[in-house]
Design a protein around this ligand. Structure first.
Ligand code: ADE
Length: 225
């Protein structure tokens, strides 16, 4: 899979995308992540990227020309299965969307900044608009890292224990059950006896019950679905 990310601040994403599981996936060649700085497509001597919004109001808007030039430059080299704009007014991200995106080959992510990007870029190029939650971030970079991380860990071969993605919260529409590791007793608190019983069927039943109870308490909306 290839994930290209256009941003005014590509450096901001270097560290989160160069650690842990995502880094291992990159090293194994299972994903190629390219951070593309928009600045080099900026206008004039000052490499201008943004301008005041027509109609007034606060904030700045990323102009069409640098974004269009950058996207066209990338499109000369490959096509994309989806061109995704990260924006608080997009469709809220969930595991189902992540699962679906993890089956694609080429994704282009566009990070907004300031007040966002000129609507005409959205109209012409963007195929999918994603929000990571009902709050406003300073830009799309952190949202792009969230999305890329969630996608990359699902690419076959990335997780060492393939089963562990299947037991994630949300994969079966439920929150994950509690987990424990050694020591068996800590400050007088014991690990639930069933987990040390070695009885696989009882353990599976216990986990399912705990998942349902936790989901009912914390996210009853998931059970309604
Ligand atoms: N950019 C700014 N806020 C955002 C959000 N909540 N989701 C995605 N992109 C954003």
């Amino acid at each position: 899979m290839q994930i290209d990310i256009i941003s005014v601040l590509p450096e901001m994403m270097e560290s989160p995308l160069s650690q842990s599981i995502v880094q291992r996936a990159r090293q194994k060649g299972l994903v190629q992540i390219n951070l593309i700085g928009l600045r080099e497509f900026g206008l004039g001597a000052y490499k201008q990227l943004d301008d005041y919004p027509y109609g007034g109001g606060g904030g700045m808007v990323l102009r069409v020309e640098p974004l269009a030039a950058c996207i066209e430059h990338l499109l000369q080299q490959q096509t994309y299965d989806e061109i995704i704009y990260l924006t608080p007014d997009g469709e809220q991200l969930n595991q189902k969307t992540v699962n679906s995106l993890s089956t694609k080959n080429n994704l282009l992510l566009i990070c907004g900044h300031y007040k966002g990007i000129d609507q005409r870029i959205r109209d012409k190029y963007v195929t999918c608009e994603i929000s990571i939650g009902d709050y406003v971030l300073s830009g799309g970079e952190i949202a792009a890292c969230v999305l890329a991380d969630a996608i990359v860990r699902l690419i076959p071969g990335v997780l060492s224990d393939e089963m562990s993605a299947l037991s994630d919260s949300f994969q079966d529409g439920l929150l994950a059950p509690p987990v424990y590791t050694r020591p068996e007793i800590w400050e007088g608190r014991s690990v639930p006896e069933v987990l040390i019983s070695g009885h696989e069927k009882r353990i599976a039943e216990w986990r399912l019950e705990e998942s349902i109870a936790r989901t009912r308490k914390r996210r009853p909306d998931l059970l309604d679905e």
